[in-house]
Design a protein around this ligand. Structure first.
Ligand code: HEC
Length: 162
């Protein structure tokens, strides 16, 4: 009986001990050290989505266009969440108001499968990108329609496989 108590106490001590080590570990490696992408990295991802979106719309691949637009929105949200301020500019405050209208127009065009509306809305999104760059001292980064797919290992238009 005595030894049973002793071993129970041992197990309890070990448990308490391991719990406190875990707590210590947590405080000694704060989450602050976790890697956060810089705004430029978010923007590079946004640039690829923006280009893919064009070729999806041009190829009338509307499900892909909807997907890329959704990814673009998520990337804007992530940029605002993880880089709310950048070199004194309130990214989180301006990113949504600056892009919401063209994004909404693109959503409508994609839903209506309307190529003409899509192209018009796409150009206003590109314009919004450039306008925000101007507002954040990066006016030299000017965004336009892409002329060539960013990656050639993905089929953008709907069609028969080769
Ligand atoms: C909040 C305003 C804002 C919006 C909206 C915005 N950008 Fe940017 N973008 C910036 C800032 C600020 C930088 C500079 C980041 C840096 O210096 O690291 C930048 C940088 C870039 C770069 C340069 C990245 C590199 O490393 O070469 C590209 C490309 C880019 N943006 C594309 C876009 C596209 C495409 C859109 C629209 C779909 C867009 N941006 C929308 C603020 C914005």
């Amino acid at each position: 009986m005595k030894s049973l108590f002793a071993s129970a106490a041992c197990i309890l001590a070990a448990l308490i001990c391991s719990v406190s080590t875990a707590a210590e570990l947590e405080t000694s490696t704060p989450l602050v050290q976790a890697y956060t992408p810089g705004l430029g990295e978010f923007m590079s991802a946004i640039q690829v989505r923006h280009a893919k979106l064009w070729f999806a719309g041009k190829g009338k691949n509307w499900p892909l266009a909807a997907f890329e637009l959704d990814e673009l929105k998520e990337a804007f949200e992530d940029a605002a969440k993880y880089q709310p301020e950048f070199k004194g500019k309130p990214i989180a405050k301006i990113i949504e108001p600056m892009t919401a209208e063209p994004v909404a127009q693109l959503e409508k065009a994609i839903e209506a499968k309307d190529s003409v509306r899509f192209m018009r809305a796409y150009d206003s999104l590109s314009h919004a990108c450039t306008t925000c760059h101007q507002a954040t001292d990066h006016g030299f980064i000017s965004i336009q329609r892409p002329t060539f797919p960013p990656l050639t290992n993905q089929r953008f238009s709907l069609g028969r496989q080769p």
